[in-house]
Every structure is written in structure tokens, then in C-alpha cells.
Design a protein around this ligand. Structure first.
Ligand code: ADP
Ligand code: MG
Ligand code: ZN
Length: 478
């Protein structure tokens, strides 16, 4: 048992899914050749003026509402001054003392003594700002600067220091990412850097109220690394205190190869940035009517969706979880279920078959079948045209075709055997070939029935109606 308690607060930078940048009309598409998506404004050329992207404001407000934040009627853009090659203006347009939203919260699932519980994590504020460009150091003996990202609209979401372990921090990030993806604000892509996190970590003796000195871990780009970096940092700080030392406030990086955090620089303080109101932009004024119009078009949040799947569709909590792993998966399931009518059946089939072949990237997902193909396929099973086992075979043939399930059934010459005489014949043969097992069944070993059902289904290559096989066997084994 450690004498210390960890205290963690996260700063998340999430790119807003706008087609153009925050203050100019340049494209935000990822992956273009370096420095092809730039203009005088995002290059910081003298005299170029910023114009705020209205869509960015709408998405930022959407994020604030989803995080239960208060949206302020009036906020101020500020210049955050610092020099870095990826920041051509020499300052970043951000928000400082008057962000557009504050005082929210996010509920995360934590496991307390084996059972699930919810924990409320405070959101200090969310503010809008612009992204910097990217420095690339892997080009031999030169570094290059790509300014395509420069000026992309971001929302920075700052949490209260309410998290107490690496697991809680990871859970917070997962929940936050899921919400932003479900409401169409962010594509959740950690590898491409459109969802990034800085973790502030400190420790304090158990029972002490005063916070310890924090280290800020920069830009950790996977959930795995978040956990590892925080755990490493907690242990490192414990080591420092146990050796009688003091934790210094600093910015640290994560070396994934070494599995260690390392000191990058002493932590800069707000006054180092010489913040002042951005003279080229007026205060951002958001009317009540505007905020309400955004609220009115808010999509359902993932947690609410899961609860609805359980309450209205009869899904288990686990199934509801799986069916909401991606907004497009949830949409697929709901569409197929609406066409078919049996939510649980469709849910099971989507989980067992469809999800195996889904390819998701950011907000989009590629399926190998359509909801209507799946609904029709299961209708054929309901009607008794094919068995559940045959349905899997048909499904394999449906993949990447525009064909209807019934067409494939015809092509395969597949039909469920429902002829009582034919079924009786197979069952009799199985019984005759296995007299010992038949005797055991008659002597009271009822589990033997399953053995014979298995044999008969195998003999008919899964085409016999299992219900009828069951009944025939019971009758013939008497
Ligand atoms: P800065 O930009 O200087 O890092 P912010 O206010 O943007 O300041 O973010 C500070 C973050 O650090 C918040 O998430 C906050 O919860 C967290 N934090 C502040 N003090 C501590 C501390 N002593 N230990 C851990 N986290 C802390
Ligand atoms: Mg910080
Ligand atoms: Zn531009």
C-alpha cells in the first residue's frame, strides 16, 4: 500500500470537424503534401486578418453542451505569445481569462471493489483555439515544418484534478472521445493527432488536502501510453519524495521505447505567454437563441443510447456496449432492427457476424453488407426457409454484393429440410447406428438427445429444421 495518492487533471485538444480552418478558408483535410493548404492568414503574413469560422463555433458549443458546461454569452479571444517554428505568427489565437464555456462535468465508469460505479469528473472549462503546424524531424539531417495544420480549429477541454489513477484517466479519455465522436465534433483519431492529451500528474500523502507539485506530460498519443506514462510518473514522483527530494514543476515527454518520462523544460507560467486580447477579433457573442438552436439539434449521447437499447430493445448492457462502439455501427444495427422488427435477433447477428468485417476510420465505417440485406436474411430464417446455420453460409456469400439474401439462397439451391418423412428417415438412421447411446437415453440419460440432434444436423449439413429434428428424435427414441 502506497502512502501517497495520485492526483491527475487532463487537458485534451480535440480538432473540430470543420472543412476549413478556424480563421481562414484553407482546407483541413489530413494527408495533403506539406504546405499546400496554407494562405496569408495561417502563414502569419503581415496584414492578413482572421475571420472566425461559424461552423467551428457551432461544434464547440455542441461539445460544451455535451459536457454539461455553461456557455458564456460573451467570450474573448486572446493572443498566447511564444516562439516556435511551427507557429509562424509568433502567437497562437486562444482564449484565456474568458473562455466560451466552463463548469461542466463528465461521468465515467469506475470499478469499485469489483462492481461498476459512476464517478463525476469536473470540467473546468472548454475554450476555442487554433492548432499549430507540425515539425518533422525524421527527414535525415534537416527538420521540416508543415503548416497545413496551422490554424485548424481546436477545442481544449480542461478537467479538474479529480482523477486518482491511470485507469481513471484512461476511462475519462475514452468516455470523452466517444462523446465527441458521437456528436460529430471530432473524429477521435489519436494517431493522426486530432485528439491529443496532456496529463498533469502529482502525488500527495494520503489524507493531505493540499495538492502536490505537478508534472505535465505532453501529447501522449494512445490510451496505452497514457496509462503507462501516468503510472511511470506516479512511481517516479514517489521515488523522489521517498528519497527526501522535491518534485519540480516541469513539462515532461513520454519515451515509448524506454517506457519512461523525461524532462523537456521547466513548466512555463501563464505570465510567460504575455496573454492579451486579440485586437483583430471582436468578442465572441453567443445569443441564447443560438445556443438553444444548437441544443435542439444535439444527437443522442452514447450513454443515453446504450440505456435506450437496454430499456426499449431488450439488449443486455454488454450487447448495448458492443452495438455502440461506433456511431455507424449503432446506426447500422438500428436500421436493420427497424426493418426486421426483432431487435435482439438483429443485435445478436450484428455482433456475431457483421462486426467481424467492419472497418472503421474516424467517423466513417465501411460495412460489407447493408442493413436491409441482414434484415432480409434473418426473415428467411424466421419463415423457416433456411436454418440459422445456413444463414451464416448465405451471409458469407452476401458480403460485398448487392444481392438479396433470397437470391443467394436460390443460387446455392439451399432450402431448409422441413419434410417430416425425410427428417424421420435421418433420425432413424442415426439411432440405428448408435444403439448404445440410444439405450443410455432410454435409461434416463436425457442429455443424449443433444448428441443425436448433433448427428442428425451434421448428416443433413445443417439443413434440417432443428425444431423438427428434436421432436422426431424424442418420438423415435421412446
Ligand atoms: P496549464 O496550461 O498551465 O497547464 P491549465 O489550467 O490549462 O494550465 O491546466 C491545468 C491542468 O492541470 C488541469 O487539468 C488541472 O486539473 C491540472 N492540475 C492542476 N494542478 C494539479 C496538480 N497539483 N496535480 C495534478 N493536476 C493538476
Ligand atoms: Mg497545461
Ligand atoms: Zn489559411
Amino acid at each position: 500500500m502506497s502512502r501517497y495518492e495520485a492526483v491527475i487533471g487532463l487537458e485534451v485538444h480535440a480538432q473540430l470537424l470543420t472543412k476549413t480552418k478556424a480563421f481562414c478558408a484553407c482546407s483541413t483535410a489530413f494527408g495533403a503534401p506539406p504546405n499546400t493548404q496554407v494562405c496569408p492568414t495561417c502563414l502569419g503574413l503581415p496584414g492578413a486578418l482572421p475571420v472566425l469560422n461559424g461552423k467551428a463555433v457551432e461544434l464547440a458549443v455542441r461539445a460544451a453542451i455535451a459536457l454539461n458546461c455553461t456557455v458564456l454569452r460573451e467570450s474573448i479571444f486572446a493572443r498566447k505569445n511564444y516562439f516556435y517554428p511551427d507557429l509562424p505568427k509568433g502567437y497562437q489565437i486562444s482564449q484565456y481569462d474568458r473562455p466560451y464555456s466552463e463548469h461542466g462535468h463528465l461521468d465515467i465508469a469506475v470499478s469499485a471493489k469489483g462492481s461498476e460505479a459512476a464517478k463525476r469528473v469536473g470540467i473546468t472549462r472548454a475554450h476555442m483555439e487554433e492548432d499549430a503546424g507540425k515539425n518533422m524531424h525524421d527527414k535525415g539531417d534537416v527538420s521540416i515544418v508543415d503548416l497545413n495544420r496551422s490554424g485548424t480549429a481546436l477545442v481544449e477541454i480542461v478537467s479538474e484534478p479529480d482523477l486518482r489513477s491511470a485507469d481513471e484517466a484512461a476511462e475519462y479519455l475514452k468516455t470523452l472521445r466517444e462523446i465527441l465522436v458521437f456528436i460529430g465534433v471530432n473524429d477521435g483519431n489519436l494517431e493522426e493527432g486530432s485528439f491529443r492529451c496532456d496529463a498533469n500528474v502529482s502525488i500527495r500523502p494520503v489524507g493531505q488536502e493540499k495538492l502536490g507539485t505537478r508534472a505535465e506530460l505532453k501529447n501522449i498519443n494512445s490510451f496505452k501510453f497514457v496509462r503507462e506514462a501516468i503510472n511511470y510518473e506516479i512511481a517516479r514522483q514517489e521515488g523522489v519524495l521517498e528519497a527526501g527530494g522535491k518534485v519540480v514543476q516541469e513539462t515532461r515527454g513520454w519515451d515509448e521505447r524506454a517506457g519512461k518520462t523525461f524532462s523537456m523544460r521547466s513548466k512555463e507560467e501563464a505570465q510567460d505567454y504575455r496573454y492579451f486580447p486579440e485586437p483583430d477579433l471582436p468578442p465572441l457573442v453567443l445569443s441564447e437563441a443560438f445556443v438553444e438552436s444548437v441544443r435542439a439539434t444535439m444527437p443522442e449521447l452514447p450513454q443515453a443510447r446504450r440505456e435506450r437499447f437496454v430499456r426499449d430493445h431488450g439488449q443486455t448492457p454488454y450487447a448495448a456496449q458492443v452495438l455502440t462502439t461506433h456511431p455507424e455501427v449503432a446506426r447500422f444495427y438500428e436500421e436493420a432492427a427497424a426493418l426486421h422488427g426483432d431487435f435482439v435477433k438483429i443485435g445478436n447477428f450484428v455482433q456475431a457476424e457483421v462486426l467481424r468485417d467492419v472497418h472503421t476510420q474516424g467517423l466513417s465505417a465501411t460495412f460489407t453488407v447493408t442493413p436491409s440485406q441482414v434484415a432480409e436474411l434473418l426473415q428467411l430464417v424466421d419463415k423457416g426457409d433456411i436454418s440459422g446455420k445456413q444463414a451464416k453460409e448465405v451471409y458469407a456469400k452476401l458480403v460485398n454484393t448487392k444481392k438479396a439474401a433470397a437470391e443467394i439462397v436460390k443460387e446455392l439451391g439451399m432450402q431448409q429440410v422441413t419434410d417430416p418423412a425425410a427428417i424421420d428417415e435421418v433420425c432413424k438412421r442415426m439411432i440405428d447406428a448408435n444403439p448404445k447411446q440410444a439405450e443410455a437415453y432410454r435409461a434416463g440419460k436425457v442429455a443424449m438427445l443433444g448428441y443425436f440432434v448433433g448427428l442428425a444436423m451434421k448428416e443433413t449439413k445443417g439443413s434440417a429444421n432443428p425444431q423438427m429434428v428434436n421432436e422426431a428424435l424424442k418420438r423415435l427414441l421412446c
